[in-house]
Write a protein that binds this ligand. Structure first.
Ligand code: PMP
Ligand code: GLN
Length: 379
């Protein structure tokens, strides 16, 4: 058995959701919305399932979806993508990440990662034979500092893996951070895998800037997106990869033997959804921003220190006043007070940070209020 996976625990999201079920808890742990997702997109998917062709779609994705992805990123992010040579559909961002790392890394290549990091990253890098170089980002700002980048990058660096906006800290990296990262990528001829699944879930008037748009990055960036986050349909697992044709040729080889393809009805529905007008995106952001503020204000009112959330569906609370670590806090919260949260140490290999808990606010007002009532007792 491969030791990377043999010694891994079950992912924290699955464990906390299982505990939430056992304790009949309000689940603010794993990130998924209460809302069933846009009714029109679901209807298109259902119609395509009933009336459509349910056989294997093309390996790179339905042509209509690839065209919709290219148009979508042109309209929202100013990217010029060739739908036939630079766009691929995957079964979620997770497949895209696994495939990209599998395709790009040779055993012994160094891979720069930033902590906190999504829990899938490190095992996937290790399994691909990469040698991780982890850059800890300093809270509360979580900036990509020039000195830390200079220390981590070297002629041995092959890939850097960035998540922007960043789950779990809810940070949006802007032009300055990305420019510093792009400079070291150019200097050391590094490929950037940029997980941008949260690109549309940004608040307070901020705009997401794709790393791929920076000077010298077009040919060296693999951009990853997910319909799960754009349309609040996390179970659908429809992801996208955008990359220069030369890189895409190799990424496609990993995809063809990982999943080969993704359900055609879901692809058709996502193609329809990507064409939605600005009102959808503005409304979606406004709805989540309201939910963020409701949870943040409620928690502050209960005496919790709430960290700022610029993006994603998550906010973090500082549990220092409660003593103990984040795992103990979250276990007590779910079992005694019936609210599930995620201990943020799960995003820090080696558990360097143990005083934060992540809560998902992508919920109906009533769900948020029920969690707040229960957390009032936890203090
Ligand atoms: N990357 C990040 C940073 C995520 O937060 C998530 C899921 N929340 C994923 C990847 C996985 O996306 P998907 O469900 O499309 O595989
Ligand atoms: N990405 C989701 C989160 O951060 C979880 C996805 C999963 O459960 N694999 O909550």
């Amino acid at each position: 058995m491969n030791p990377v996976f043999a010694d891994l625990p079950t992912t924290v999201f699955e464990r906390m959701s299982a505990l939430a079920r056992v304790h009949d808890a309000v689940n603010l742990g794993q990130g998924f919305p209460d809302d069933p997702g846009p009714a029109d997109i679901r209807a298109v998917g259902a119609q395509a399932l009933i009336a459509g062709n349910n056989q294997y779609p093309p390996m790179m994705g339905l042509p209509e979806l690839r065209a919709a992805i290219a148009v979508h990123y042109g309209r929202h992010q100013g990217l010029a993508l060739d739908a036939e040579r630079e766009v691929m559909v995957t079964s979620g961002a997770t497949e895209a990440l696994a495939g990209a790392l599998m395709a790009l890394i040779e055993p012994g290549d160094e891979v720069v990662l930033f902590a906190p990091m999504y829990d899938a990253y490190l095992p996937l890098v290790r399994r691909a034979g990469g040698v991780p170089r982890i850059v800890p980002l300093q809270p509360p700002a979580f900036r990509l500092e020039e000195a830390a980048l200079a220390e981590a990058f070297s002629p041995r660096t092959r890939v850097v893996l960035l998540n922007n906006p960043l789950n779990p800290s809810a940070t949006l990296f802007g032009a300055d951070d990305l420019a510093r990262l792009a400079a070291v990528c150019r200097r050391f001829d590094v490929i950037a895998v940029c997980d941008e699944v949260w690109e549309h879930v940004v608040f307070d008037g901020a705009r997401h800037l794709p790393l791929m748009a920076l000077p010298g990055m077009r040919e060296r960036t693999v951009k990853i997106g997910s319909a799960g986050k754009i349309f609040s349909l996390t179970g659908w697992k429809v992801g996208f990869v955008m990359a220069d044709a030369g890189l895409m040729r190799v990424l496609a080889k990993a995809h063809q033997f990982l999943t080969f393809t993704t359900p055609p009805n879901l692809q058709a529905a996502v193609a329809y959804g990507l064409a939605k007008d600005e009102a959808y995106f503005t409304g979606m952001r406004a709805g989540y921003a309201r939910a963020r503020d409701r949870l943040a204000e409620g928690l502050s009112g209960l005496g919790y220190r709430v960290l700022p959330a610029q993006a994603t569906w998550f906010l973090n609370i500082d549990i220092t006043p409660f003593g103990g670590d984040d795992v103990a806090f979250c276990e007590a919260l779910v079992s005694r007070h019936r609210v599930a949260a995620i201990p943020v140490s799960a995003f820090y290999p080696g558990g360097a940070v143990r005083h934060l808990a992540r809560l998902c606010f992508a919920k109906a007002d009533a769900t948020i209020d029920r969690a707040l009532e229960r957390m009032a007792d936890a203090r």
